[in-house]
Design a protein around this ligand. Structure first.
Ligand code: HAM
Length: 448
């Protein structure tokens, strides 16, 4: 059989097929759960928002706003945009629903799809997903370190290796103008060599030149003034304390004065976790403090900070490192009925088994026993049972362990309980085989 769709997925989007979606789900739920241990609660915001939110929030000098947004007019004539990132929407929801009235600091986490019209390549997509975490209502450097520690815990719990944490401080509205002026002067004297985009950036926001991918601009940017040399006393103390906490938490980092981040809202601490294992798009996590954004979006001044991790990149790293990731829920029992009466019974047995949390399937295609057994084999069913009229008459059926070949006869009257006992015995045996005497203890601890 061959089916060919004429319509293909849009460039830069990806289908997550059943064989891998289980891995995505595992990563997403693990991250939300770890964040839960740090006191983060999940928030869900709309996929599209008023365009103005991103223009004001993310900043209209950024590449994201200038070139990469999926913006359109809806049928009511409003300009709406598919979210290019999560922070602006979370801040809007935080303000709109008065979450600032709840206990502060408030910690929110999310798993979302984002949309950016970027040039697709490995690790860079037009639709991608992020796990993000935002903290509202604390200016303390302890919060910066706590947030970095959350990102670090997430990445190491998932088993990502060879990551480096790069850290910088980009100052605050009190000291940044001096840095911008120094940067502007530096690039003005080298104007002739800059690319046309950087010439525009020079007029609007010279820090954006530090992000330019053109080798010539990057070469010039290498010797540009560093923001760290322009920090005011407050920013300097804040940065020193963040480092102190990271040292106390034994989280290694490298100070990289060139990290400026691609979004306008950052103040003080910025950081990135970078992998060397997946090529040019190696930044798996990026974030920082954004003490001015809540006010920018209409709230009272409230310090805040956060990060987001690109889930596709995270999975790319895990796969490149051949990390162990979960597979599909295995089929524990496949019942192959012969005839209609057996099929009805198989449907009932499966319903009972599933209610007890057992993954059971039976034939729903009316196929021969041979075809059914082939299918059970493809599913990787651990046990099978062929159910015929004579089994119904006897009130018992033969169960086959597809790994050992062992057979046992189970009564149909209490089939689900009997089958449950069998899989518990099997789990106990496997634990003991794996861990010896400790496995015995473990299985009794688990009540197996
Ligand atoms: P960002 O650095 O733009 O920050 O994105 C965060 C992460 O999302 C990146 O480090 C990367 O892993 C992933 N990512 C970004 N663009 C793409 C893409 N086109 N394809 C695949 N993955 C991508 C933010 O979005 C901020 N909202 C983070 C934040 C939260 N800062 C404070 N709070």
């Amino acid at each position: 059989m061959a089916f060919q769709s004429q319509i293909k997925a849009i460039k830069g989007t990806q289908d997550v097929l059943p064989a891998t979606s289980v891995q995505n789900r595992f990563v997403e739920s693990t991250l939300l759960e770890i964040a839960g241990h740090f006191g983060f609660r999940e928030i869900r915001t709309p996929v599209f928002e008023a365009t103005e939110l991103f223009a004001r929030g993310v900043g209209d000098t950024t590449d994201v706003v200038q070139k990469e947004m999926y913006t359109f007019e809806d049928k009511g004539g409003r300009s709406v945009t598919l979210r290019p990132e999560g922070t602006a929407g979370v801040v809007r929801a935080f303000l709109e629903h008065g979450l600032f009235n709840e206990a502060l600091p408030q910690k929110l986490s999310y798993v979302i799809h984002c949309y950016r019209y970027e040039k697709p390549q490995a690790g860079r997509y037009r639709e991608f997903s992020q796990f993000g975490a935002e903290v509202f209502g604390t200016a303390s450097p302890a919060a910066d370190a706590e947030l970095i520690s959350l990102a670090d815990s997430c990445l190491s719990f998932l088993g990502l290796e060879n990551l480096r944490l790069e850290l910088n401080s980009i100052g605050c509205p009190a000291c940044r103008p001096q840095f911008h002026a120094a940067l502007g002067n530096y690039f003005k004297t080298r104007k002739a060599a800059l690319c046309p985009t950087c010439l525009e950036r020079l007029a609007r926001n010279p820090t954006r030149i530090l992000d330019c991918k053109s080798p010539v601009c990057a070469g010039i940017a290498k010797d540009a003034p560093a923001g760290l040399d322009y920090l005011c006393g407050d920013c300097e103390t804040h940065f020193a304390k963040v480092k102190l906490y990271l040292d106390a938490l034994e989280i290694p980092y490298q100070v990289n004065p060139k990290i400026v981040r691609g979004l306008d809202y950052y103040t003080k601490t910025v950081f990135e976790f970078i992998s060397g294992d997946i090529g040019a798009q190696g930044t798996v996590c990026g974030g920082g403090r954004y003490d001015g954004l809540v006010e920018e979006l209409g709230g009272s001044p409230l310090p805040a900070l956060g990060f987001a991790m690109g889930l596709e990149r995270l999975l790319l790293v895990l796969r490149a490192q051949k990390a162990e990731l979960p597979g599909d829920t295995p089929c524990q029992l496949y019942i192959a009925p012969i005839g209609e009466a057996a099929s009805l019974k198989a449907a009932q047995l499966c319903a009972d088994l599933r209610a007890s949390g057992i993954a059971a399937q039976f034939d729903i295609a009316g196929r021969s026993v041979k075809a059914q057994m082939k299918y059970a084999d493809k599913l990787g069913a651990r046990y099978t049972a062929v159910l015929g009229d004579d089994d119904l008459a006897k009130g018992a059926v033969t169960l086959k362990d597809m790994q050992s070949g062992e057979q046992s006869v189970l009564e149909l009257a209490n089939f689900d309980e009997a089958f449950e006992r069998i899989i518990i015995q099997q789990a106990t045996r496997e634990l003991q085989d794996m861990f010896g005497a400790e496995g015995m203890e473990l299985s009794s601890l688990l009540g197996l």
